[in-house]
Design a protein around this ligand. Sequence first.
Ligand code: ACO
Length: 355
Amino acid sequence: MSKNICFIDGLEGVLKYREVDINELVELPYDAVSYLLIRGELPGEQELAEYSARLHAEREINREVMDIIRMCNFNIDAMEVLRTVISFISQFDPNLNDSSPEGNMRKAIRLIAIVPTIVAAYYRVSNGKEPVPPDPSLSHGANFLYMIKGSKPDPLEAEVMEKDFILSAEHELNASTFSSRVTASTLSDLYSAVVSGLCTLKGPLHGGARAEVMNMLEDVASPENAEKFVLEKIEKREKIMGFGHRVYKTYDPRGTIFKQLSRKLAESKGDMHWYATAEAIENTVVRELVEKRGKPIYPNVDFYSGVIYKYMEIPPQLATSIFAIGRISGWIAHCFDQYEKKKIIRPRAFMLDEC
Ligand code: ACO
């Protein structure tokens, strides 16, 4: 049942994927969480080894895909490239129109495996560098950083990246998952459903907020400027990116973990600058909006993740696509559920008044 894929208590700040709490999930490898989402239960040791081996074997992209990546404009958000390339590669998948559970599982594994490689290859070529082939011996997070940077990543950065993918993997019927489900509900193929998810995730009110947070940190520049910046935004009735959530009326549990991770990274690098700037923004938002005006506006999943990318020297153009690398397992879990239902999602227009 769809409600079993994810559980959110927006008042208490609880998040579970398939009944496993997010605080436990972040201690697992991304592959195990991905397996949990798309197969419905945690893998045993042998099952995880087999699933990881299949994923890692599907990471490579071929020359035709590289040609398409090289043809893309070099100054665009990686989400544009991801959307284009996923559309392009679907035609070569022998299982494209095989909608059996096995056919869909094969497509799912290919998609989950290949998305990080596309993002990293685009990043490399758009910076005048040769792409770095994936390393099947590395975890999802470590391999992504390796393909971006061209050298084996620092263990803490690899751990943080892995946890980022897990924290981003699933969140019930958010806008992009809803898009994917609607596409799957027409019994369209999995590639099309993933492209729908990508198109919806990129908007700044959803996954695109991460890049906006990074730009905001640059604009604010130091903890001393945070208060003035936030007060001006509130005065002009403008949104502060990375804050607020439709479902959470308390601190987003993913935000809590991202905050701890960003602090850990900052301390390990001996550079508290970005963490302190973000925390000064948060303190002012909470003082002005929560304490004085009673609005439940706390950091969401996009706020401290943006801080992490500053420390890892990942540019804003990659921020949303990193979100997509994690979220694709959640989209696919919902599509599988929708394929089983075999029922089209067709709301009535009056329902939009409640959105
Ligand atoms: N900064 C300042 N005020 C805010 C913020 C914010 N980030 N978010 C909400 N508010 C205020 C609104 O101005 C509004 O005030 P009002 O009642 O005086 O008009 C009130 O809180 C309710 O805001 P809505 O926009 O109606 O809340 P909604 O549930 O529709 O939107 C959303 C949720 C889109 C996440 C919103 O909080 C927002 O735009 N945040 C900034 C963008 C962002 O960070 N998006 C990522 C969300 S997480 C994710 O999608 C992965």
